[in-house]
Design a protein around this ligand. Structure first.
Ligand SMILES: [Fe+2]
Ligand SMILES: [Fe+2]
Length: 553
């Protein structure tokens, strides 16, 4: 017997079992994965990044590791002078003049081909191991970053550029490799997330250390400063946040650099705090501040390059003087009021579940901008003269106009250069829900007319979607639906508002609208509570409490 319309026979079962075995074995998985063109392209990009990195760090050549202010414990000898001639005495300090000679000696040094080859291979192995470890974690935890060739390209190019610029700036008298490192990891923390930024900081600190001074203390300084800059960056609420991040990472630089010097130096810690020892600390502090200012200044560029919106630009866009909002208030004042209420109740609900409330509020202001092209067809804008617009139209035509506000909104948003994050809200705020009123109307009309008995196709009365793909977008769908539905309540009481919110939430949940949003059932419960509370608050003046009803009776 065949359950799925296809008869399985012994002959077809055997190859299928072999296919399943192939899918489950490591060899089969490798064959399928490596045979994929996208995977091949991304592997090629990683290979190119390893080669570029090898060239950038000159992996085959040992770096010149001495810097001004270093105190070689055993001193340094000059091969050009007699055996007892010393360039730096044991415990002596390297100054600018001595460094020039040291660099000249390093440049004249001849390395055997075997030495260069062994070092080159070692660096390649190190790079491949680092890349594989990072890659495995990213593929498992952040597939969105690695599976998109463009994003992966930006990531790899940024990492290689950071090491290149860091290596250039690491020379005396600048020693400013901390600037590109800090800028990159802070940008990654803003554009992606803190864990990706910390992982990148680890890789970059290691590469910058092995290609410059090759000192464990230096690696510890770079890594601790980077991590101290990344950790406070859960939200960038103002430009001063980035300046503060620069300041505090500078403080960490001073403390950790001094600490690592004190631990690794043969001198006592007190000796290091003199005019020579203090300058590198102050310089490091200054570079951290510079990095903070650089990121703060280039934030708009970073946002457009990585397609992210920070709280700073959200606050700017949420201003009522935004041209699109000005136009909305003129053309569709009802929709404008609706959007403001959706923003208020949506923000509170999003904050309650730990989502980005500010994003929900600002996105709500723009979610229905498409309605301003045909405002009179939307109930919140109808006046006595425009009230019967839909009566002259077939339900299918009315539905097309209603659904069209999503597409119009997306186009308007693109014309006004709204960020993609807000455009996503416009596209997703109705998901694939049904325009119930006109669907029922179409069914009724089909039933009434004996010559035209065919039921309307439900899918043509649904919004095109997509369904909400973020928690914030899911919250806005609910806030929007609740606000719209509340307008139909003739007598809003706390009880009727509570059951309305519950009904709206349940209908969308059962319709599968939250399946891609990442919202859990407990999130939905909290959102429902918050929306009910907000709606009761908004209708406070109009809500009739049972006691009032008794008193007035
Ligand atoms: Fe809408
Ligand atoms: Fe709406």
């Amino acid at each position: 017997m065949s359950w799925f319309g296809q008869k399985s026979s012994r002959a077809t079962r055997t190859p299928r079992a072999a296919e399943i075995g192939d899918t489950m074995s490591l060899g089969g998985w490798m064959r399928r994965t490596l045979g994929n063109r996208n995977v091949q392209l991304r592997l090629l990009m990683c290979l190119a990044a390893v080669v570029a990195m090898l060239i950038v760090v000159e992996g085959w050549k040992p770096p010149q590791t001495w810097r001004i202010g270093d105190r070689p414990a055993e001193g340094l000898s000059d091969p050009a002078t007699a055996a007892n001639g010393r360039l730096v005495e044991p415990g002596g300090t390297i100054d600018a003049g001595t460094l020039v000679r040291i660099e000249q000696i390093h440049a004249d040094r001849q390395f055997s081909s075997a030495d260069l080859l062994v070092r080159g291979i070692t660096v390649v192995v190190l790079l491949v191991v680092l890349l594989t470890l990072n890659g495995i974690w990213l593929v498992r935890s952040r597939p969105a970053l690695v599976c998109h060739a463009g994003r992966l390209g930006v990531y790899l190019v940024t990492v290689v550029l950071t090491v290149a610029v860091g290596r250039l700036l690491s020379a005396d008298p600048w020693r400013a490799e901390i600037i590109p490192l800090l800028v990159t990891v802070v940008v990654f923390a803003i554009a992606w997330d803190q864990v990706v930024a910390i992982l990148t900081a680890l890789t970059l600190s290691l590469l910058l250390t092995i290609s410059t001074v090759v000192e464990i203390g230096h690696f510890v300084v770079l890594l601790s400063v980077s991590v101290s800059a990344i950790l406070p960056l859960t939200r960038v609420s103002s430009r001063s946040t980035l300046i503060k991040v620069g300041f505090w990472s500078g403080v960490v630089f001073v403390l950790v650099d001094w600490g690592s010097l004190a631990i690794t130096s043969s001198e006592s810690a007190g000796v290091l705090i003199d005019s020579v020892g203090l300058w590198p600390l102050l310089r490091g502090f200054l570079w951290c501040l510079v990095a903070g200012y650089l990121v703060a200044g280039s934030l708009p560029f970073i946002e457009s390059l990585f397609g992210v919106v920070t709280d700073i630009s959200l606050l700017e866009m949420g201003d009522a003087s935004h041209p699109l909002l000005q136009e909305l208030v003129q053309r569709a004042p009802g929709t404008y009021n609706h959007s403001i209420v959706v923003g208020t109740i949506g923000e509170a609900a999003a904050d309650r579940i730990g989502a980005n409330g500010l994003l929900v509020r600002v996105a709500a202001y723009f979610h229905d901008i498409g309605k301003m092209l045909k405002p009179e067809y939307f109930i919140e804008n109808t006046t006595a003269e425009t009230a019967g617009r839909h009566e002259q139209l077939a339900p299918a035509m009315s539905t097309l106009i209603i659904i069209g506000h999503v597409k119009d909104g997306v186009e308007l948003a693109r014309q006004h250069n709204l960020p993609q994050a807000l455009i996503d809200f416009i596209e997703q705020h109705h998901g694939t829900t049904l325009v119930e009123y006109f669907y029922e109307e179409a069914r009724r009309q089909a039933g009434d007319e004996p010559d035209y008995p065919t039921d309307p196709v439900e899918s043509s009365f649904r919004y095109p979607g997509p369904r909400p793909r973020t928690r914030e977008s899911g919250v806005m769908m609910l806030a929007d639906a609740v606000e719209s539905a509340s307008r139909t309540l003739a007598e809003p009481t706390p009880k009727s508002l509570e059951s309305l919110v519950h009904r709206v939430m349940l209908r969308r949940l059962l319709d599968g609208q939250f399946e891609e949003s990442g919202l859990t059932l407990s999130d939905l419960h909290v959102i429902e509570e918050s929306l009910t509370k907000s709606m009761i608050g908004i209708f406070h003046g109009r809500v009739t409490y049972p006691e009032q009803r008794t008193a007035s009776a």
